[in-house]
Ligand binder design. Structure first.
Ligand code: MN3
Length: 247
């Protein structure tokens, strides 16, 4: 049986080879089929994907030059270094999804850990933003946030604090853990909550880059201002889809 975290790209490849694959997945593996509807790509491919908006489209929170440097230099370098590490460490990317690789990252080199995390985290981050942000989630995610954190405002405050208080470089996260509970936390450097080396564990639903390269041009040392503005561009639609796929 295929791993449930098999990437959408692998799924498309499989279904191309065997026309029955989609029908089979829908009947035999309903949860898997659910994960790979066109609108809900929850698997992150190993290569950098095109942005779904222009560099200047997130001006409500992030300036165009920061977006351009961040995507085309920083994130592109993580993707390239990951590709190199995958070859050097003989990882069969058709056999193991990036998500599953993260869960065994302690078995590999620091280069794989830093760049695998760096690539995964940024791909998730780009998807998590949109020029057409809604102010809040709705549906089951909204109800679960209210249940687990008390209110949407309390959730935002806790998440903002996780980003503000992460010392040095790292990420703030909303994850769903093994007990299907929503949890907020942060990770250092390019670690993420999928990694076996991470204290915070769970499936990432929302991740915020709090490295200085993500905000320094506009916000300089004022990381809290960056985080407060960032709420204006969160793509709640994809966060809801990740939540539905993982809950
Ligand atoms: Mn970054």
């Amino acid at each position: 049986m295929k791993d449930k975290n098999t990437s959408r790209r692998d799924f498309i490849k499989t279904s191309g080879k065997a026309g029955m694959a989609i029908g089979l997945a829908a009947t035999v593996l309903p949860s898997l089929a659910n994960r790979f509807t066109a609108a809900a790509p929850t698997g992150i491919p190993y290569t950098q994907q095109p942005l779904l908006y222009g560099y200047k489209d997130l001006e409500a929170a992030i300036d165009a030059m920061t977006m351009e440097i961040h995507y085309s230099k920083h994130a592109a370098t993580y993707a390239k270094n990951l590709a190199d590490a995958v070859v050097a460490e003989k990882i069969d990317t058709k056999a193991i999804s990036l998500e599953v690789l993260m869960t065994k990252v302690s078995k590999y080199s620091p280069k794989l850990r830093n760049n695998g995390g760096g690539h995964y985290n940024h791909e998730l981050f780009w998807q998590s933003m949109s020029p057409k942000s809604t102010a809040k989630p709705d549906g089951k995610l909204s109800a679960t946030i209210e249940k687990d954190f008390g209110s949407f405002d309390a959730f935002k405050t806790q998440f903002t604090d996780a980003g503000k208080n992460r010392f040095g470089s790292g990420w703030a996260w909303l994850v769903i853990n093994n007990d299907k509970k929503l949890v907020i936390g942060s990770t250092p450097n390019q670690d993420n909550p999928l990694m076996d080396v991470s204290d915070l564990k769970g499936t990432p639903l929302l991740g915020l880059d709090v490295w200085e390269h993500a905000y320094y041009l506009r916000y300089q040392n004022k990381r809290p201002d960056y985080i407060n503005a960032w709420w204006n561009v969160v793509n709640w639609e994809i966060v809801q889809k990740r939540f539905e796929a993982a809950s």
